[in-house]
Design a protein around this ligand. Sequence first.
Ligand SMILES: Nc1ncnc2c1ncn2[C@@H]1O[C@H](COP(=O)(O)OP(=O)(O)OP(=O)(O)O)[C@@H](O)[C@H]1O
Ligand SMILES: [Mg+2]
Length: 246
Amino acid sequence: MGTVILIASGKGGTGKTSLTGGVSVALANMNYKVLCIDADIGLRNLDIVLGMTDSVFMDFSDVMEQRCTLQRAVAPHPSVDNLFLLTAPLTLNEEEFNFDAFKALLDEARTLYDYILIDCPAGLGLGFELASFDADEAIIVSMNDFSAVRDAQRVVFKLVPIVPQIRLVVNRTSPKLLRHMGSTIDDVMDAVGIPLLGIVPDDPQVLLSSNAGKALLLGNNKKASRAYRNIAKRISGQNVPLMKIR
Ligand SMILES: Nc1ncnc2c1ncn2[C@@H]1O[C@H](COP(=O)(O)OP(=O)(O)OP(=O)(O)O)[C@@H](O)[C@H]1O
Ligand SMILES: [Mg+2]
């Protein structure tokens, strides 16, 4: 049975979509069969980060409303074997948030894929609830700043009763910034109150590769790409030491 992993943060712009894209490619390169689900209704952009804007035609509401099968709705990545994307609808009315239908979709996905990564919208609205209520694990993406940390705490508080395993990724870390703030990764971990899954350095390549329409991990093995690979290995149960951020 596949594992459904939610990527959430509460605060917008912390790096959820970039992390979902990077870690999905890394898991697929490790020969796991991976489905990414973009749950950011109306503001989807996982297709851009994965370099798949020309590949997506159907979205998850088409599956929920039985206009097509899951297998028809998912798009295979044009150059990464084992990687598939199910995108978000551009709109979804309140009455169309059918939690049973979304659960049925995830249950079917669990039989077809090893990992199902859900890129969660910012905030704690209906989109967050739909994306999170049936997840097996969650990754909370925070940065070092107080507002990201406080929003991460709120998300953890919401998820603890429903998601069995919740781990933290601290994104855009830079030793210089931490020194200036008089803060450490341990401080962020203590404040959010969940175990650390990984740290991702601040790396301009994240934005550059997304703008160029190609997935980051296809390009290099440095900084953020290396961090995403390490996180993918830890998700799969491997023991990988934390990378040194310079
Ligand atoms: N490690 C990183 N280093 C540098 N830039 C990054 C890093 N991670 C993400 N970014 C940049 O930060 C911006 C926001 O990233 P992203 O879209 O992944 O965040 P998000 O949490 O999905 O946002 P939203 O809440 O709007 O969905 C993007 O411009 C992205 O390129
Ligand atoms: Mg996003």
